[in-house]
Design a protein around this ligand. Structure first.
Ligand code: 5RP
Length: 261
């Protein structure tokens, strides 16, 4: 692997082989998402516990201090909205030149497998990989399901992750599901877990992240389950304990209880 690519990946994936990404990219299709109305304020207390931020260029420039931040994964796909025709109809919104100008550690793009826009989103990924490899910038593929959350099963997600890896993604972000080992085992590049809508209890979030890590995921990229929570710092500290300190669900809950004030 070339030095630049390896250096960027090592900014994201820590020495223990794990990673804790903090996504705040939701506004690119959801607008001012609840608790992310002012992204700068949302991330301020959470940043010390994240290994990298997943963000669009607009929020990066306007809400993230360039002198005091973490490695950046730049969301470069979009062009759709929750009130539009189809969330899957994405294009590439940001050039590689812009990604380099912003000194990012990786770029992230969604693929929508099984939709009318499957081919378009996969070719977007493949072209982005061509550009990224030219400049040593890793591409993280996001296996998106749009509004169809029920699609999140092992057969479908394993298919998506494998295709994204085959097209050259260096990291794949996907949802946790039952039998998650099928997803990880079929994917030749590291898998990071997304969260999805906020779950009912903290323990539920700790449970699926713990299970995913046991089954081979290298880390997590949870957004709403952290920053829409009543105690976001307690949540991120507890999840970080699972990712970086080998905590189990009970130990994560103890970290949460210590900090939920
Ligand atoms: C939105 C994304 C988010 O980064 C991803 O869904 C993680 O956030 P959450 O845990 O809130 O689902 O890719 O398109």
């Amino acid at each position: 692997m070339d030095w630049g690519m390896e250096n960027r990946l090592s900014q994201l994936i820590q020495e223990d082989g794990h990673c804790m990404f903090l996504p705040i990219d939701h506004g690119y299709f959801q607008g001012p998402t609840r608790k992310l109305e002012q992204p700068g304020k949302t991330i301020e207390p959470l940043l010390p516990y994240a290994d990298a931020l997943f963000v669009t260029r607009g929020v990066l420039r306007s809400c993230v201090d360039p002198q005091n931040t973490k490695p950046i994964i730049l969301r470069v796909s979009g062009g759709t909205s929750v009130v539009g025709h189809d969330l899957a109809d994405e294009g590439v919104t940001t050039s590689m030149e812009e990604a380099i100008r912003l000194n990012v550690s990786a770029v992230g793009i969604s693929v929508f497998i099984g939709t009318e826009y499957e081919k378009q989103s996969l070719l977007n990924l493949a072209k982005l990989v061509d550009e990224g490899e030219k400049y040593g910038i890793p591409v993280m593929a996001v296996t998106a399901v749009g509004k169809e959350l029920e699609k999140r099963d092992a057969r479908y997600l394993a298919l998506c992750c494998r295709i994204a890896a085959e097209l050259g993604a260096r990291v794949v972000k996907t949802y946790w599901c039952e039998n998650f080992e099928k997803v990880v085992n079929g994917c030749p590049v590291p898998v990071v877990m997304a969260g999805g809508p906020k779950v009912d209890t903290e323990r539920e979030a700790f449970g699926f992240i713990y299970d995913g890590i046991q089954k081979g995921a290298i880390g997590q990229n949870l957004g709403r389950n952290i920053w829409q929570h009543q105690y976001p710092v307690a949540m991120i500290k507890a999840l970080r304990a699972i990712i970086h300190e080998s905590a189990d669900v009970d130990q994560a809950e103890a970290v949460y209880n210590e900090n939920a004030k």
